[in-house]
Write a protein that binds this ligand. Structure first.
Ligand code: COA
Length: 688
């Protein structure tokens, strides 16, 4: 039952339930039943006051985000619930445990009193979904906690703890035990004798001033609308202000950034699911052995230690092993210096860490992660040693970013236990991990790898085996276009600026300089042998021949005097222009729109091929890879989401147009795009 009631003498307890996060759902009927329970309690002469609580460990994770896709009018059911509670003729006390977020906090605000357990946390995270609090939050929160604190909570989306909430006046009392018991005592001690509607409190005197100050930093549409909605309190009565809030909410809900952010929110959760028929129960991973103490192995070790796992790091070379151990200790120490970790927690993390010389000394782990040199023979040798060392049932993972996992798996006796864990560098910072499934990887191994990535706070996305997996395979096509654009008339800084203005955290040339140009150089040399019919521009090779490998050599496509800040280098402009002349290409003026279209549609087209080949399970998996690993703005939703924003027919038309241009061979339209365009379909319909 979504609503359960209990009578305690003259107090009616109303408990709402919608696992797992008690979302205040309209679709499920919860909001209607909730309203009916409040109405019944108000009509019952045996009831003098009401307690509202959420079932389970949290009060509420908010309005049901899935309701936002439906009829806008239906959200009024949710708003009517809030307004009905506020206008109730009997005192309503909210008893809060755990999280009270978004619509969950708005529900609490609509009550007359709020008591909470000491572990409670409060926040209005709507802005992180490109929305504003649309259930009265923009009106009630500032009245209760003041203009500055209220605006700050709405604009940052950050949570505050119970003690801070008490100090701010958001809640009336904090307890150590059960908040419902506490609410009963609160009522018994006559602290909740009269109704106290939040909306009837005075508008904060400094609201206008606080809005003016905040407006200077409000860059997103959502933050500007939050300020506008909050500001209506200055000129309108509560009802009109709530109507304005609802109208602005609808505008945001329909906006591209909010649709994209909601797509990413659900996508980040969807990617962890194995498709129907492959579901399996994951094993528990507590102890991990990492083979290879280079940059990647060390980064992975740090990430795992921070997540509380036991780690053994195997590195045969003394110097490298000592360097890895020193880096681990120094990086963890930084958390203590910044106050994010206590010295006791640090010593616990360090106790969980040990270095080993040989693989055979690192037995007893539930998971082994190989992070040795990127060479098939070297990796095969490590895998054979793991095969001899690991207990039956242990997972054997490779961190390869380019080699064929199936060959590695075939080289040992237990291919079902082999999986790829493609961490991105620096592994202790980057959230993305591609979980590579070989043809023989068992569903149990995949489910275990996914649970493990979640446990260490990362986002895992499944990918089949292919050159570059999902992320780098698409990126190659993106870069191919970026280089061709240089040959045709653009300069690196224009390409970067256009893509950054559109929504990439970093343009392709700055990204290359950060990653190190030599990595791509070796891949391009391999490609020239493997795919002579798919030529790459020579421009990046020319840059590498000058030993300009990016930030680490203080020069790449840009100059880096301080090793970090990119400065345009006329020498590169000359190199680019010279290359066009050598190729006999007459340089033309290229618009920013063409730069964005070509680079973006290269991702969409290759993404559709990756999908059709079954490398990615779902379109949204590709989006989550790009948002978490390649700096694709979450407000743009990812390449496949963008394909849908443009519409399949328009995507296909542009691809066909590019196919008639220079290097048109690179624009073979993906069959899936042709099919979807024919039947008016979308990538979203394939997310399942
Ligand atoms: N509406 C609908 N579904 C929601 C939801 C919401 N407000 N909040 C969480 N869920 C769903 C998730 O999609 C997930 O579904 P799944 O199991 O089918 O994948 C499930 O609840 C559990 O959520 P998850 O995020 O995996 O659990 P968690 O314990 O890590 O985090 C929260 C819980 C509440 C902190 C987190 O889900 C969250 O931040 N939710 C959004 C809060 C928000 O923005 N509210 C404002 C909306 S107006």
């Amino acid at each position: 039952m979504p609503i359960n009631t209990r009578q305690h003498a003259k107090v009616r307890e109303i408990r709402f339930s919608n696992p797992p996060v008690n979302a205040l759902s309209i679709r499920s009927g919860l909001c209607r039943e909730f309203t009916a329970a409040i109405t019944a309690a108000l009509a019952d002469t045996a009831v003098e006051s009401i307690i509202v609580a959420g079932e389970g460990a949290i009060f509420s994770g908010g309005a049901d985000i899935a309701d936002f896709e439906g009829d806008p009018q239906s959200l009024n059911v949710f708003r009517d619930l809030m307004n009905g509670i506020e206008r109730a003729s009997k005192p309503i006390v909210m008893a809060i445990r755990g999280l009270s977020l978004g619509g969950g906090l708005e529900l609490a605000l609509a009550g007359h009193y709020r008591v909470a357990s000491a572990d409670a946390q409060f926040g209005l995270p709507e802005v992180t979904l490109g929305l504003l609090p649309g259930g009265g939050g923009t009106q009630r929160l500032p009245r209760l906690v003041g203009a500055r604190r209220g605006l700050q909570m709405m604009l940052s989306g950050k949570l505050i703890r119970a003690d801070a909430a008490l100090a701010a006046g958001l809640i009336d009392s904090v307890c150590d035990g059960d908040p419902v018991e506490h609410a009963l005592q609160f009522i018994a001690s006559s602290k909740a004798r009269a109704v106290r509607p939040t909306g009837a409190l005075a508008v904060p005197a400094d609201l206008s001033e606080a809005i003016a100050a905040a407006r200077k930093e409000a860059v997103t549409l959502a933050s500007r609308h939050i300020l506008t909605a909050a500001g209506t309190a200055l000129t309108s009565d509560l009802n009109s202000a709530l109507a304005t809030e609802a109208r602005l909410f609808e505008e945001l809900k329909a906006s591209e950034p909010s649709q994209a952010l909601r797509h990413v929110f659900f996508g980040q959760r969807l990617v962890s699911r194995l498709p129907a028929g492959l579901e399996a129960t994951p094993k528990t991973i507590d102890k991990v052995s990492i083979v290879g103490g280079g940059l990647m192995g060390t980064g992975i070790a740090i990430a795992l230690l921070k997540a509380g796992l036991e780690v053994q790091l195997v590195e045969p070379r003394n110097e490298a092993r000592e360097k890895a151990a020193a880096t681990v200790a120094a990086t963890l120490q930084k958390d203590v210096d910044k106050g994010r970790l206590t010295p006791t927690e640090l010593s616990k993390q360090l106790q969980n860490f040990a270095t080993r010389v040989r693989i055979e000394e690192a037995s007893g782990a539930d998971l082994f992660i190989e992070a040795v040199y990127e060479d098939m023979d070297v990796k095969l040798e490590a895998f054979r040693a793991l095969d001899r060392t690991a207990a039956a049932g242990a997972i054997l993972a490779s961190n390869t970013s380019a080699l064929d996992l199936n060959r590695l798996a075939a080289g040992i006796s237990r291919p079902q236990d082999v999986v790829g864990l493609h961490f991105f560098s620096p592994a202790n910072i980057m959230r993305l991990v591609e979980i590579i499934r070989g043809t023989q990887t068992s569903p149990e191994t995949l489910a275990t790898a996914m649970r493990f990535t979640k446990r260490i706070g990362k986002i895992g996305v499944f990918s089949g085996v292919c050159d570059g997996f999902i992320g780098n395979r698409l990126f190659e096509e993106y870069l191919r276009q970026a280089y061709f654009l240089l040959e045709e008339g653009a300069l690196p800084q224009q390409v970067d600026r256009a893509l950054e203005a559109w929504g990439m955290a970093m343009g392709p040339f700055r990204t290359l300089d950060l990653a190190g140009g030599d990595v791509g150089w070796s891949v391009r040399k391999r490609r020239a042998r493997e795919q002579p019919d798919r030529p790459y521009s020579s421009i990046p090779d020319r840059v590498c021949e000058l030993e300009r490998f990016g930030q680490k050599t203080h020069a790449g496509f840009y100059l880096y005097a301080d090793g970090r800040t990119a400065q345009v280098d006329p020498l590169i402009d000359e190199l680019v222009v010279g290359e066009s002349a050598w190729l006999g290409v007459v340089r033309r003026s290229i618009s920013d729109a063409e730069i964005v279209d070509r680079c973006l549609l290269a991702l969409v087209n290759e993404g559709a091929k990756v999908l059709a080949e079954g490398i990615a399970y779902r379109p949204v998996d590709i989006d989550i890879v790009y948002v978490n690993g390649y700096g694709f703005s979450a407000e743009r939703g990812g390449p496949m989401f963008q394909g849908d924003v443009r519409g399949m027919a328009s995507v296909l038309q542009a691809i066909r147009r590019f196919a008639t241009g220079r290097h048109g061979w690179a624009w073979e339209p993906a069959r899936l795009i042709v099919e979807l365009a024919d039947r008016g379909g979308s990538f979203a319909s394939l997310n399942g």
